[in-house]
Design a protein around this ligand. Structure first.
Ligand SMILES: *Cc1c(COP(=O)(O)O)cnc(C)c1O
Length: 370
């Protein structure tokens, strides 16, 4: 059997984040098992998407739900649905959007690398506001009869220059324009699976391969029945724009198992465990030259703590050198940097308990500590 080892590919310890570039997250046994079992039979893919969608809707307290090939694919599919609805002739023409609703409104300060997933559908992004401030009238005046939807990236830590989601939803509803929340990494809290849509967003999009710990190539779209229905026209197995974003039966069953598990989790206990990991890191690195601080919330506002380890000038390495040397050791340990680059950030979210002493020992050795 091929293995990372046989291939000569180094395995990594993820003390940074659910980054796609290092493999996102690890699937729990029950998710792997669901995928293995799903691989043993043929099924009708549309029937599976229907029934898994119904179950996911129930679990996430939404009208309807859909499994996509990653959150970014969810963004593309939802955009297609907002542009062409469930019109087969229009769907077939995408990404040529001539004569269709082909404008998508976004805050200028929320533009990010993932908006290519929206643009790939042939729409024009209409930016509102600037990095400092956006006014409600700017959103109102950007809306016209070509507006397909408003995309909103909900990151609690990036509120500068952004209208509150409540305001965006109110204006969207007034003009009959769908509001789509990119909540790819916005877990925990688990309530986010229903909070955005309960607030009135038309759909919210989550990554299946981040905190949900589903298969890497899955995404979850939850929201209004009509929109989710229209999404299906644009998806594999149909020959439309989403055909190249195929979701397999194994991924569907894996994501379903992951969401079932995530909903069932004792979230207070999980949070407590993450806090304990941060405390263990604080205790273990109680050394002259180091200051360890608890950082809250997560990188885009998620409800979990991280540890920032600040290095003073008595240390033999800078924070960046420490980060790099951790990464290039065996196994590689991936950590983050504090915004001022004076320290490293250790994120407990993706760690396994036995990995913490390993990280501590490696850091002590690199920093010539006892
Ligand atoms: C990770 C992320 C995505 C993409 O999610 P995938 O499941 O990897 O496709 C989209 N938007 C935001 C804000 C993200 O953080």
């Amino acid at each position: 059997m091929p293995s990372y080892k046989n291939l000569g590919v180094r395995t990594l310890i993820n003390a940074v984040d659910t980054y796609t570039i290092i493999g996102g997250s690890l699937m729990p046994e029950e998710v792997i098992h669901a995928m293995v079992e799903a691989g043993k039979s043929f099924v009708n893919i549309e029937e599976l998407q229907d029934k898994a969608g119904q179950r996911l809707a129930q679990l996430t307290r939404n009208e309807s739900a859909l499994i996509t090939n990653g959150a970014a694919a969810g963004m593309a599919i939802v955009t297609a649905a907002c542009v062409a609805g469930d019109d087969l002739a229009k769907a077939e023409r995408l990404p040529d959007t001539l004569g269709m609703k082909n404008e998508v409104i976004m805050h200028r300060s929320q533009r990010n690398g993932y908006d290519h997933a929206i643009r790939q559908v042939g729409v024009k992004l209409v930016e509102i506001g600037n990095v400092d401030v956006t006014y409600p009238w700017q959103l109102e005046s950007a809306i016209n009869d070509r507006t397909a939807c408003i995309f909103y990236f909900d990151a609690a830590t990036l509120k500068k220059g952004v209208l509150p989601l409540e305001t965006v939803i109110e204006i969207g509803q007034k003009h009959g324009i769908p509001v789509i929340v990119d909540a790819a990494a916005q877990l925990p809290p688990v309530e986010n699976l229903w909070r955005f849509t309960e607030m009135g967003a038309t759909a919210a999009i989550f990554s299946g391969g981040k905190t949900l710990r589903g298969p890497q190539c899955t995404g979850l779209v939850v929201g209004k029945r009509d929109l989710i229905h229209a999404c299906r026209i644009h998806m594999s197995p149909r020959h439309s724009i989403g055909r190249s974003m195929k979701v397999g039966k194994e991924e569907m069953m894996g994501l379903l198992a992951a969401v079932e598990r995530y909903i069932r989790l004792d979230h207070a206990k999980v949070t407590h465990e993450l806090e304990q990991r941060v405390q263990l890191i604080q205790k273990s690195l109680n050394n002259p030259g180091l200051t360890v601080q608890r950082v809250f919330p997560g990188p885009v506002g998620q409800h979990y703590p991280r540890a920032a380890v600040i290095l003073d000038s008595s240390m033999p390495l800078s924070a960046l050198e420490l980060k790099n040397q951790l990464e290039w050791g065996e196994p590689g340990i991936m950590v983050g940097l504090t915004p001022d680059e004076q320290g490293i950030i250790i994120n407990p979210l993706n760690l396994q308990d036995h990995e913490i002493p390993l990280i501590i020992d490696r850091m002590k050795a690199l920093l010539s500590m006892e």
